[in-house]
Design a protein around this ligand. Structure first.
Ligand SMILES: [Zn+2]
Ligand SMILES: [Zn+2]
Length: 292
């Protein structure tokens, strides 16, 4: 399963965004999220001919069985040029959103001219994994790095669509890591689904969901029960926070069994609108899996 980016689910997702905007603290954030949703749908149309489902090659299968994620430079679905087109599209559609964003876009345009930001460079950094990609984008200068992260995440979500259905159930059963089997990045949310509440992790970048051990830290793999803690939120059956005393990271978790029947959950939206959980975890001295 992956995030809803186009098709029938988008209408429901839009409605949910509108409802959540009634909370004043989220209004600006959700306006940007909504704009990115629209541009993502437009971006998918732009590069659709490059987004054909990616069949599992023997090379990919071997790599996967060795514990490496599916994507790399050899099979990156979208060309460097198409990635540059997507950057142009996102930057142009964000113009006029606010003075602060316009100022950032100007800085980013300069960095594109001097070659610091290009499809090729960003893809190269990305396929090397989170250890190099995240610091790289956060060192790009005096800009709001969150905004750049949101834009790039939207673009990579588009580029990784071809992998979302590549893995068979059988192969997925072999993946025991806390990193995404498609892109190798850590999760930003977890969700308990089905009878007994199996834990699924949600990739912070591509939105892919995969099953993980319920009683282990998604970030360091620690499964010593005395080093793990689960925080319940008073008066809230749906949200929980999983804390790991060893790596000092936390995971926000939704218990979908406590949601009303038929309620469709959008984890990318949930991640954004559960800042109260981040505040609680932060107060206790824990950091998120992806540190922005
Ligand atoms: Zn991923
Ligand atoms: Zn840990």
């Amino acid at each position: 399963m992956a995030d809803c980016l186009e098709g029938d689910c988008l209408e429901l997702k839009r409605k949910r965004v509108e409802q959540t905007k009634s909370i004043p603290a989220y209004e600006t954030l959700l306006n940007i999220f909504e704009r990115l949703m629209d541009v993502t749908a437009e971006g998918i149309d732009r590069v659709r001919d490059q987004l054909k489902p990616m069949p599992l090659s023997p090379y990919m299968e071997n790599k996967f069985q060795e514990g490496l994620p599916l994507v790399d430079r050899k099979n990156f679905p979208v060309s460097d040029e198409a990635f540059d087109d997507l950057l142009d599209l996102f930057f142009s559609r964000l113009e006029g959103f606010s003075t602060a964003i316009d100022r950032d876009l100007k800085v980013l345009a300069e960095k594109r001219t001097d070659g610091k930001i290009s499809g090729k460079r960003l893809i190269d950094q990305f396929v090397m994994g989170s250890e190099t990609f995240l610091p790289y984008i956060f060192e790009l200068g005096n800009i709001n790095s969150h905004l750049l992260f949101f834009v790039l995440r939207s673009i990579f979500k588009i580029c990784l669509i071809p992998f979302q259905d590549t893995l068979t159930e059988e192969l997925m059963g072999l993946w025991e890591k806390g990193e995404c089997p498609i892109c190798g990045f850590p999760p930003d949310m977890g969700i308990l689904r089905g009878e007994g509440g199996k834990l699924y992790l949600h990739c912070a970048i591509c939105g892919h969901e995969w099953k993980y051990k319920r009683m282990a830290c998604a970030f360091c793999g620690n499964d010593l029960q005395e080093e793990l803690k689960y925080l319940e939120i008073e008066g809230d059956e749906v949200h929980k926070i999983y804390l790991c005393h060893l790596c000092k990271k936390y995971l926000k978790v939704i218990d979908s069994r406590s949601l009303p029947e038929g309620f469709h959950i959008f984890l990318d939206l949930e991640e954004l609108t559960s800042l109260h959980l981040d505040v609680i975890a932060d107060q206790q001295g824990y950091s998120p899996g992806i540190n922005l």
